[in-house]
Design a protein around this ligand. Sequence first.
Ligand code: NDP
Length: 451
Amino acid sequence: MAHDVDLFVIGGGSGGVRAARTSAATGARVALAEDSRMGGTCVIRGCVPKKLMVFASEFHEQTALASAYGWSFDHGTFDWQAFRTKLHGELIRLEGVYREVLTKNDVTIHDQRARVSGANEVTLADGTVVSAGHVLVATGGHPVRPDFENADLGMVSDDIFLMETLPASIVIIGGGYIACEFACILNGLGVEVTQYYRGAQILRGFDDEARGLIADMMRAQGIDIHCGTNIVEMSADGSNVRVKATNGLERSFERLLFATGRSPNSHGLGLEDIGVKLNRRGAIEVDAYSQTAVPSIYAIGDVTDRIQLTPVAIREGMAFTETVFKDNPTAPDHVLVPSAVFTQPEMGTVGLSEEAAADQEEIEVYATSFRPMKSAFADRSSRVLMKLIVSKATRKILGCHIVSEGAGELIQMVGIAVKAGLTKEDFDRTVAVHPTMSEELVTMHNPVRTA
Ligand code: NDP
């Protein structure tokens, strides 16, 4: 029986839009439903507005550096309203670009919520039923608040971009990507930032030496980080939030941000009713080809909780198209994915941390931490870290960790070498680019330790 469409995509984020576009380009008839703004978390309330806020916040340190280099000017103040207006204008433009990409590829857009009502059927909020050869669920995730009284007095990351005014003070709960990135951003914009993290050191899972340096640098910039500390109680204090912490501190802050993780958007989609399996965290269970327990239904991106990164969701979307519409079964590759944490300084990382690598095999560690030329001249205390983890047996680079200005840009390039399986000797054979910070990656001749 012919279906209304060959593919129905639920979710207009990075993964869904890419899969819809590439599938439609094969000649498939494709429809996509999105009940919020086109572009999803990355474009509307994640990576893109966050990175623009990173840029805005960096000028504070840049102007301090400029003064040390002989420039004199009035440092001025940051106008949040002016920035926010421009930011939202940019997001509207990008949303339009995403929409245009779909319409140019003849993808039918439904601006409403959709649920799966059968193995080959989707029902829209207005009651329209659409039959589809395949259904792709790409509904992403959402930030979660811990479950305790008055938790709704706190913001989540979605709310940051909508704030009417910048607060004078904020407490951030959490020690992951979002907590640390917003701690640095808001500190740079002039907000007094306190951070409570329940573990022993922020950025759990990353290389210990790298996250230790990031924590030191964040503290040096004035961010008040309390590790081993969590919130136990919160209440309204006029327009402020009063917070009681496990370390006994009780303080009032103008705002509170929960950066306590994200959950898959998998509920209310009718998935379990038709046999699609969810795991304990609510993520859709898929095989290596992103296929669910119901053969006509696939899922990609954060709703599957494999690696919560936009470029990974995009890869999963393209692999889906290869598998389903190009007769070329393709499993997305989740090995050696480079990524960056946009703290100040940034952390770029690919492969294993020293700790994870040492658990796996015998390793050599090559590392150097130093004051870069640019900040040493300006008498600033900032330090960088360049670190390589090398397999003793194969000489391959198992991990690279960079803490420096521009580490996100650097790790993209190193990621190619590590993905290609290059050895320490290949790095050593490469001539340094001088004077740069990253030349250290090809000039570290002796391991600092073995394990
Ligand atoms: P993370 O999982 O990175 O961090 C969550 C943090 O919240 C952890 O420090 C965790 O502590 C803490 N936490 C969880 N539950 C509680 C609780 N009940 N009380 C107190 N603390 C709690 O999630 P994020 O929200 O920061 O980011 C989600 C994902 O989004 C990331 O994993 C990443 O993949 C992606 N992302 C990527 C970015 C990038 O590429 N630059 C930027 C932003 C997000 P503990 O460590 O003890 O579990």
